[in-house]
Design a binder for this molecule. Structure first.
Ligand SMILES: [Zn+2]
Length: 267
């Protein structure tokens, strides 16, 4: 697809800068459709997002997942637009806890939201337990399942490495024309990106397993072995990633992991 025809796609990305340790320093809100538009993942209010919302008749509001860097504008925009607020069925409590408001309606995998000719809901947990993607013929809004550069955080307790690998494989198999991610620019090579992220995750898993087999006996030693660079400020994330991988490896009986004592051993 050429750049000119890509411009006709009925979706607008509005990056919202946030003062949080997140990839690219901003989170993307999206507006899908013109009349009766859907506002996705408003992370906060900015003049640009206010303007983009004002330009459209926003009738629906939804989230790819309830992480703090995706939800800060939900209550304000819901009130201002009077939009129908959607949530993954079964995740209403979590939605209310993170956004401060109750959803109006729920969807499940396979539901179609009535915007831009129909947006289909796909369950893609892993980065977060309630993570969904929204599919249309012009592409898929994938939230934090994929990112154009760097990698996606899969950290305990929210992250589930096994589920995340399934989510990436599902996106790969569905072969969307482009991915609209939660952070950074639109991804024009979805399959290559999914492959890169899969490889990265499997490499990380292999590193964690190798560290345990080489004698790292607790979570901290595995973190030190896997991340040989200075982790100042990022250690909490590195640790959460290592724990998520240890949970997966333990579930596959490839390591012994004592969650309470935070000790590990080879099988
Ligand atoms: Zn997230």
């Amino acid at each position: 697809m050429t750049a000119a025809s890509a411009d006709l796609v009925p979706i607008r990305r509005v990056p919202v800068p946030l003062d949080k340790p997140i990839p690219t320093g901003s989170t993307n809100a999206y507006l899908v459709g013109d009349d009766g538009a859907l506002l996705l993942d408003p992370p906060g209010r900015t003049a640009e997002l206010d303007e983009a919302v004002d330009e459209r008749d926003v009738e629906h509001l939804a989230l790819t997942h309830t992480h703090p860097d995706h939800v800060g504008g939900v209550a304000a925009y819901a009130e201002e637009t009077g939009a129908t607020v959607w949530c993954r069925r079964g995740r209403e409590d979590r939605f209310a806890e993170f956004t401060g408001i109750e959803p109006d309606r729920t969807f499940v995998e396979g539901s179609t939201l009535p915007v831009a000719g129909g947006l289909d809901v796909l369950d893609v947990p892993g980065h977060a337990p309630d993570h969904v993607a929204f599919e249309a013929d012009f592409g898929t809004v994938c939230g934090d399942v994929a990112i154009g550069q760097g990698s996606i955080a899969i950290g305990a307790p929210d992250g589930d490495v096994r589920a995340y690998l399934v989510a990436l494989r599902r996106l790969y198999a569905r072969d969307p024309p482009r991915l609209f991610p939660g952070h950074g620019p639109v991804i024009e090579d979805p399959r290559a990106t999914c492959e890169r992220l899969l490889r990265r995750r499997l490499d990380r898993e292999r590193d964690v397993l190798a560290a345990v087999e080489a004698g790292a006996g607790d979570v901290e030693s595995v973190v030190d072995a896997v991340y040989d660079r200075d982790l100042s400020g990022m250690r909490r994330f590195a640790r959460a990633t290592v724990v998520a991988h240890l949970e997966t490896l333990a579930a596959h009986r490839r390591v012994r992991y004592d969650r309470e004592a935070e000790t590990v051993a080879p099988v």
